[in-house]
Design a binder for this molecule. Structure first.
Ligand SMILES: Nc1nc2c([nH]c(=O)n2[C@H]2C[C@H](O)[C@@H](COP(=O)(O)OP(=O)(O)OP(=O)(O)O)O2)c(=O)[nH]1
Length: 150
């Protein structure tokens, strides 16, 4: 919980632990557009979601990709240090891991569309604000050197 003093009242914002997958295929990364009707709808993010009690980030990512895409993935290294970003509804702690798709169903539940994009083009999308430092890091990485223990 983070304490906020607002006109003399202390407000408690909830901490929300979120994990996202920077899926890579060759020199492209997958961006996903949140469905319009969702909170922060229409903005771009990485597929993923909230980590449940008892889950590791990797377990949460694999579960979310089955739920959101009906796809199986391999999870690799974390892209960057976790990012903390304060939204109106809470404080999101976002960790993003490189990952690879083992299947390609894209049975979209939470997103209106997905795009495979180059590292340079990725920066042009309207990302959720918590993602910006992570997008900057991805732009600097050599995707061919991201290793997966498979
Ligand atoms: N999945 C995902 N969420 C992100 C990213 N960046 C970021 O700030 N978030 C935020 C948006 C949400 O507030 C939270 C993830 O929650 P979620 O996607 O499981 O679900 P949600 O809050 O939209 O709620 P709901 O649709 O399940 O009701 O983290 C990202 O790259 N991927």
């Amino acid at each position: 919980m983070q304490n906020r003093v607002n006109e003399g009242k202390v407000q408690m914002k909830k901490d929300i632990y979120v994990v996202g997958a920077a899926l890579i295929s060759g020199d492209k990364v997958l961006a996903a557009k949140r469905k319009a009707e969702r909170t922060l709808g229409g903005m771009w993010e990485f597929p993923g979601g909230k980590i449940k009690d008892g889950e590791t980030p990797q377990m949460a990512l694999k579960r979310e990709l089955v739920e959101e895409f009906a796809d199986r993935i391999i999870v690799g290294p974390r892209v960057a240090m976790p990012v903390t970003y304060e939204y109106a509804f809470g404080v999101v702690h976002l960790s993003v891991y490189y990952a690879k798709m083992l299947t390609q169903n894209y049975n979209l539940i939470a997103h209106s569309r997905v795009r495979w994009m180059s590292q340079v083009k990725l920066k042009e999308l309207e990302w959720l604000p918590a993602n910006l430092p992570i997008i900057a890091q991805i732009a600097q990485n050599d995707l061919k050197r991201v290793s997966f223990n498979d």
